[in-house]
Design a protein around this ligand. Structure first.
Ligand SMILES: N[C@@H](CCC(=O)N[C@@H](CS)C(=O)NCC(=O)O)C(=O)O
Length: 339
């Protein structure tokens, strides 16, 4: 009996060690779904649950794109809604495979927190929202005001730096999640509300009367937002990074979800043929099937499609592309060669 117990215990150990040793990419494949950490409060345009109970948004589309590449099916995603404070622990402990949650790439998140960020999917910067009637226009006008700011974010740190550097006084009204802060701002408890400008555009739509509020023409930081994975997850990191590059490349090459099938059979351009897996080697080198990046474009689209669907002029958030244009149009998105 005792021997049987020891045998069972060692078997369990070996099995769990094997499970642990399995790379994230293999775990996703054997599980048949990607566990993606997204914004849990709901951020219009980026990650929110629609009236049918489905997750939607720009960040959500990148979860779907990674699932399309790894599993051949953009719907094979299990979403975990996370607050700012929860997000890094969720990734570190393996509760999620990847974090795609309006998260800024910073050095200490690379080093101390042990994350690896892919190329940014959205170049942002921190700004302020105020009541149009307040007359507040410049940073100096914020002297002596009360500012609503969320803890556990780069937002809180940048605000302190910039106000101190400019000798400006302020009272910070702080909360761990954004809902109560936004409500406090809407009720007049703060003169200004600060976060990433994309977050301002998204959250302004949730105020009682959005037209009474303006986003100031002031940007106090760089906030490159994008997906991140754990240190040591090199193969999955490469996959996630090149899924992002696939969306850039497809836009650069004029490949869309609508014409990708024509391109698949009709293109003589070897860059297109490699990306779509007609010449399979380069895609297969990632440990993916040859049609992995084709699936990203077919099922989710190129960067412009993803951007316009979620953040473009036809949407409630409507953020001009600015730095988020392709380098071909003067923006910062640029993919290295797939070869
Ligand atoms: N990009 C910044 C800020 C990210 C952030 O958490 N923004 C807020 C305001 S848009 C948010 O998502 N809040 C939702 C919540 O946690 O309640 C960071 O990575 O620290």
């Amino acid at each position: 009996m005792r021997k049987l117990f020891v045998l069972l215990a060692s078997l369990t150990l070996v099995l769990s060690a094997t499970a642990f040793a399995q790379s994230t990419l293999d775990q996703i494949k054997s599980r048949g779904s990607l566990i993606c950490g997204v914004n849990g409060t709901g951020l219009p345009g980026f990650a929110y649950v629609d009236s049918d109970g489905n997750y939607q948004g720009f960040d959500v589309d990148y979860c779907r794109a990674v699932a399309a590449a790894v599993l051949g099916d953009a719907t094979k995603v299990t979403y975990r809604g996370l607050s700012s404070g929860e997000r890094f622990t969720a990734l570190q402990t393996g509760e999620v495979d990847i974090l795609i949650r309006n998260t800024t790439w910073t050095s200490s998140r690379d080093t101390g927190l042990g994350l690896n960020f892919t190329a940014p999917t959205f170049y942002d910067g921190q700004g302020f929202m105020v009541r149009a009637a307040s007359g507040i226009e410049t940073l100096a006008d914020l002297d002596g005001t009360t500012i609503c700011v969320q803890s556990g974010t780069t937002t809180e740190l940048n605000l302190a730096d910039v106000m101190n550097a400019n000798g400006l006084d302020y009272d910070a009204k702080i909360a761990e999640t954004s809902d109560p802060l936004l409500a406090a701002y809407d009720d007049g408890a703060c003169d200004a509300y600060t976060t990433d400008k994309s977050g301002l555009a998204a959250q302004r739509t949730q105020l009682r009367d959005p037209s009474e509020h303006v986003i100031m023409d002031v940007t106090i930081s760089k906030e490159p937002l994008g997906p991140s994975v754990r240190h040591g997850d090199d193969q999955f990191y490469d996959v996630a990074n090149w899924v992002v590059f696939t969306t850039f490349m497809a836009e650069e090459m004029g490949i869309t979800s609508a014409n990708v099938d024509e391109m698949l059979v009709g293109s003589a351009d070897s860059n297109v043929r490699r990306l779509l897996g007609v010449e399979p080697e380069k895609v297969e080198e990632f440990g993916l099937s040859a049609d992995a990046f084709y699936n990203v474009i077919k099922q989710v689209g190129n960067y412009a499609e993803i951007y316009n669907r979620n953040l473009g002029p036809e949407t409630v958030v409507n953020i001009p592309r600015g730095y988020n244009a392709s380098y071909l149009n003067g923006g910062l998105h640029y993919a290295p060669p797939l070869r």
